[in-house]
Design a protein. Structure first.
Length: 387
């Protein structure tokens, strides 16, 4: 499970996110090629190295802005481009979130929002480029540290405004914040829009093993600390066990609750009979939840069941790498869930139940007979080199 964690100890900006993705391994050639699918004005991406630390500073030099820099036009530009579907979806979601914040601050309809404050070309390069990076790495989940709060002033088209800028504050609603003594703009609207769109959780680092680190530099100088954003990529198996005991709900509803918990992000849901107060029989709903999906699953349990509270605690989870492989079994084909250990060896191969059931029905044979044949075929996949 590939997990990304943004360490924003000195804030976040769009170019810092993009620089960190490039430093982590996103090929700059691919980035330029994908961005070339947008009919932007004249610009070029300049890649610079960090002065005191290894990393990437990406600077967008804009020659001419696109003719129309309003939200509706830019959204149509992305939607009609040749970018991959996933890239389009992420980029449009980030752009809409940024536009909604600007619309809320200025009291305008969404369609009339113009990006004169952040710069249309600069923002689109950061937004679409970041979407390209997320698509390239294919993260299973993205997390972020709490975002730092700074003070100070920033000049814009509307005059001198306090930091964080009004649009940034709008974007930071509901996000954990950390107090700093910095008097610079260290969280920009574009940076905030990117992270609040893609990050499922803001808090402690969920990684249990680290594979690579990317460092993105910002252009401004921050007194007392390097202006960098660190992207950590690794395996995130940290989970929580979440429970709720219920004694007053129609049993017919539990199937629906189970489905909704899975949809909210739980990787396992089980039901167990328990005895509750006053000798009442009850049911314990237990979920194993990736750390970043705690709130979503808890909200689901509170909304979809009669419980008034949910308890949960952190746990560790170790899993086999999984893949599906199709094998022939007596005039039929069955998919096997293949599990590999950390060294890549196959330690088990389990036939998919639905495939076994359908084949047994088609051949008018006992399910157990077909299952036994499938298990025998699955054993051939197991690596017995060290047995």
């Amino acid at each position: 499970m590939s997990t990304a964690y943004f360490d924003c100890f000195c804030g976040v900006a769009g170019d810092m996110v993009l620089g960190a993705l490039v430093d982590a391994g996103l090929p700059i050639k691919r980035l330029r090629s994908e961005l070339g699918k947008l009919p932007l004005g004249s610009y070029r991406i300049v890649r610079k190295k960090g002065e005191d630390f290894a990393g990437v500073n990406l600077h967008v030099e804009v020659g001419r802005e696109p003719a129309h820099a309003d939200y509706a036009s830019l959204d149509r530009m992305i939607a009609s481009s040749r970018l991959a579907k996933g890239v389009k979806g992420t980029a449009r979601e980030i752009l809409r979130r940024l536009a909604e914040a600007e619309a809320g601050v200025h009291g305008k309809p969404l369609e009339r929002v113009h990006f004169h404050e952040v710069g249309a070309t600069d923002s689109l390069v950061d937004i679409v480029g970041s979407a390209v990076g997320f698509d390239y790495f294919g993260f299973d989940s993205i997390h972020s540290s709490p975002l730092p709060m700074s003070r100070g002033k920033v000049k814009c088209a509307h005059g001198t405004l306090p930091v964080p800028a009004p649009a940034t504050l709008e974007l930071l609603k509901g996000v954990p914040l950390e107090r700093t003594g910095i008097k610079n703009e260290i969280v920009t609207p574009t940076g905030a829009a990117i992270l609040t769109t893609v990050a499922s959780h803001f808090g402690e680092c969920p990684l249990q093993s680290l594979k690579r680190v990317g460092v993105g530099f910002g252009d401004s100088k921050v007194k007392g600390r390097p202006n960098i954003l660190r992207l950590m990529i690794g395996e995130g198996f940290r989970v929580s066990v979440m429970e709720a005991d219920i004694d007053d709900m129609n049993p017919e509803v539990y199937g629906h609750v189970t489905e909704r918990c899975f949809a909210a992000g739980a990787v396992d849901v089980s039901l167990m009979a328990v005895q509750m107060k006053k000798g009442r029989p009850g049911t314990r709903v237990s979920c194993v939840v990736p750390w970043g999906r705690n709130d979503a699953v808890a909200d689901t349990l509170l909304a979809e069941t009669t419980t008034f509270g949910v308890r949960y605690w952190p746990a560790e989870r170790r899993v086999l790498a999984r893949e599906l492989e199709t094998r022939s079994v007596r005039r039929g084909r069955i998919r096997f869930k293949v599990g590999r250990d950390s060294e890549g060896r196959v330690v088990k191969a389990v036939p998919e139940y639905e495939d076994v059931r359908k084949l047994a029905k088609k051949q008018r044979r006992s399910l157990w007979e077909v299952h036994a044949e499938a298990m025998s075929e699955g054993l051939k996949l197991v690596d017995r080199s060290d047995k």
